[in-house]
Design a protein around this ligand. Structure first.
Ligand SMILES: [Zn+2]
Length: 669
């Protein structure tokens, strides 16, 4: 499954996006509480996104959020008042004993402050104090080493201890002219919010006011005296989102780029490596990419496309399976953008003639984001597509993929089988991967060993052993599978059954007591049988192991905010192969379009399913070599709901529209 946007038949939905929205699969650090807007059509003005937070980066604005803390850690001198070893130590006695000659204000022990801030439990604090007695050092460091609190919490407590002013950003209403004293990129880069201005002195709120290096740099950048006040890290992020929402957009950066003809390159072929390197390092390009990525993540885009043509440079986002064209960046920066992305993905920027694949891992707005990068040389330069794997947006919950209650029960039985093969089938982007991962998550307990072989690994899930196949070095699904069996698994996910060898090992695995999940690319469930037999499998092996085939599609959900009833025309019903008689008494819905859905009428997606349970009657037909049609008819007779029928039910339930179901479930039988 290549991440590139190549060769997708028109009208098929995007790839591997989860239906439903966001619950992180594991606990996340505090982050922006602001709900992200969804689909936004090309060209509409939009709020500026928030870059990586929590990491003041002295390198300044424009850097595409880097995953490295850079000098932030280094730039963290202790506050002079609190001291490192002294009263900061937290031992009540030590802190409360001022020296005779020097006047030291009575300070609360650091540990107590941390406890009061709810950053550490009394039990953990006691444990840390006991440990500190043995090994010495600062209580803050001991707590961090034990994993009981974060360095940021300790810094905050030290600031409290040092008597730093604290502000409640949520309570504050900051005047626009104060916000204007600092531009969005600076505020976001340093994770500070300006709160007060008075004759050359700017007061900022930040999570770590002891970061003097950041304060120094702000002083140099802005030419104001800088005063720091302490604020809750999450409140800083909220305030940045609130006050800088409209400050800087991709569009505004692009319009600035338009005016700079820095890299007007006539002959991209002859440009030398040093120039490319310089371009990829240029601030405007970094800034643009940073904003593009942030916007894509906010809009829950699954893919970002950069496409150079002869005269223009297109940028498109895929959201809920549909491509939206964005404001195009100027053509002359195409090479710089591609090079910048290649640098970030550790690809060879000197190589521009062969396709390259890579990966970028970064933190955006405090969330881990993985990008899979595909670079493809085209007629007019490199086309770059980035697949966004935002793990926090993926909800791997089998009860939320769109299964109806009866379907849910069948799936529940299937995923708890001791052995057998379950196949999920459908075209690229039909949601197979999300469904399978959700199924695995449902049975992912310490007493079950699950191993996956994937191409590529789309989400990494705690508790699963995941293997990335790599045909270039001979690590194929088949070879991987053979080795996996020696790893004593209970459940195996085979990314895709592409050849006879893989199919045979999958069957062998099932016969030796493993539950095997896999995928195929067929339009419906019955065709999957034909596909397996076509690979060269013996029918009796298929019937001995195959438990069920699940065909799936993703359809867009009607926006509940603007959903309205309507009367479909006879023509529309005809497209669904229905007559007005068939739908008497039914209500149909569509989305009028509103602010919340960016006037698309849709928000998010859901799966529709066709579950073919292989029972004895079907086994009999398969053994006898019956045609796909015969198998399909029998399955229908035995209660299989076809994709189109599931789609109809979703229409009647007011979940999706006639258009979506027609698009997603072309009946070619
Ligand atoms: Zn709406």
């Amino acid at each position: 499954m290549p991440p590139a946007a190549v060769a997708r038949p028109p009208g098929t939905p995007g790839k591997a996006e989860p239906p439903g929205a966001a619950r992180p699969p594991r606990p996340m650090p505090p982050q922006s509480a602001k709900p992200a807007p969804t689909a936004r059509p090309a060209g509409s003005p939009r709020p500026a996104p928030s870059p990586a937070e929590g990491r003041p980066r002295p390198a300044g604005p424009g850097q595409a959020a880097s995953a490295k803390p850079d000098s932030a850690a280094a730039a963290k001198p202790r506050p002079p008042v609190a001291g490192v070893a002294g009263p900061g130590g937290g031992g009540a006695a030590a802190a409360a004993k001022p020296r005779r000659s020097i006047k030291v204000p009575l300070q609360k022990p650091l540990g107590q402050i941390l406890a009061e801030l709810n950053k550490v439990t009394p039990e953990h604090l006691q444990e840390a104090l006991a440990l500190r007695k043995q090994r010495g050092g600062a209580i803050g460091a001991v707590l961090v080493d034990l994993g009981y609190c974060e360095q940021a919490d300790v810094s905050m407590a030290l600031a409290v201890q040092a008597g730093m002013a604290r502000v409640d950003l949520d309570e504050l209403e900051i005047p626009p002219d104060v916000i204007d004293k600092m531009d969005s990129m600076t505020a976001r880069s340093y994770n500070v919010v300006p709160i007060e201005f008075d004759v050359g002195r700017l007061r900022v709120a930040m999570a770590d006011p002891t970061n003097f290096r950041a304060l120094d740099e702000l002083h140099m950048l802005l030419d104001f005296e800088i005063d720091a006040a302490l604020a809750d890290p999450a409140a800083v992020v909220r305030a940045l989102d609130k006050y800088y929402a409209h400050a800087e957009s991709v569009e505004s950066v692009i319009s600035q780029l338009d005016q700079t003809a820095e890299w007007v390159v006539d002959q991209e072929e002859s440009i030398d490596l040093e120039d490319i390197r310089a371009m990829s390092e240029s601030q405007p390009v970094k800034k643009l990419l940073n904003l593009v990525l942030l916007q894509a993540i906010r809009d829950k885009a699954s893919d970002i496309h950069f496409e150079p043509f002869e005269d223009d440079f297109k940028m498109r986002y895929r959201i809920d399976g549909v491509l939206y064209e964005m404001v195009p960046p100027p053509r002359h920066i195409a090479l710089a953008v591609a090079s910048r992305i290649k640098v970030m993905a550790n690809l060879d920027i000197a190589e521009r003639r062969v396709p390259q694949d890579g990966r970028i891992e970064l933190t955006m707005g405090g969330k881990p984001v993985d990008l899979r990068v595909s670079v493809l040389p085209t007629m007019f330069g490199e086309s770059v597509v980035m697949r966004v794997l935002d793990r926090t947006q993926v909800e791997l919950d089998i009860t939320k993929v769109g299964l109806r209650e009866d379907e849910q029960r069948v799936i529940d039985d299937l995923i708890h089988l001791p052995n057998g093969i379950v196949i999920v089938t459908g075209p690229t982007g039909c949601g197979k991967t999300t469904t399978l991962y959700s199924a695995l998550s449902a049975i992912n307990t310490p007493d079950i060993k699950i191993i996956t072989t994937e191409d590529p690994v789309e989400y990494d899930i705690e508790g699963l052993v995941q293997v990335q196949i790599n045909p270039d070095i001979g690590l194929t699904f088949a070879r991987c599978l053979r080795h996996i069996l020696r790893q004593d698994p209970d459940v195996i996910l085979v990314g895709e059954i592409r050849d006879l060898e893989t199919a045979q090992i999958a069957i062998h695995s099932s016969l030796t007591g493993h539950l095997v999940f896999s995928t195929l690319h067929t339009n419906d469930a019955p065709t999957a049988i034909t596909r397996l037999l076509d690979l060269g499998l013996e029918p009796y092996l298929v019937t001995a192991t195959l438990e069920a085939v699940v065909a799936q599609r993703l359809v867009r959900r009607i926006c509940m905010n603007c959903r309205a009833e309507f009367e479909p025309s006879e023509g529309m019903l005809w497209d669904l192969q229905l007559t007005p008689e068939d739908v008497r008494g039914r209500t149909f819905y569509f989305g009028r379009g509103c602010e919340q859905c960016n006037n698309t009428g849709y928000r998010g997606r859901t799966g529709v399913f066709e579950i073919m349970y292989i029972d004895d009657a079907l086994r009999d037909l398969i053994i006898r070599g019956s045609s796909t049609n015969v198998v399909r008819e029998e399955a229908k007779k035995r209660g299989m709901r076809m994709l189109r029928d599931s789609g109809l039910m979703a229409i009647y339930d007011g979940i999706t529209t006639i258009e979506e179901i027609i698009r997603a479930t072309v009946t070619d039988q």
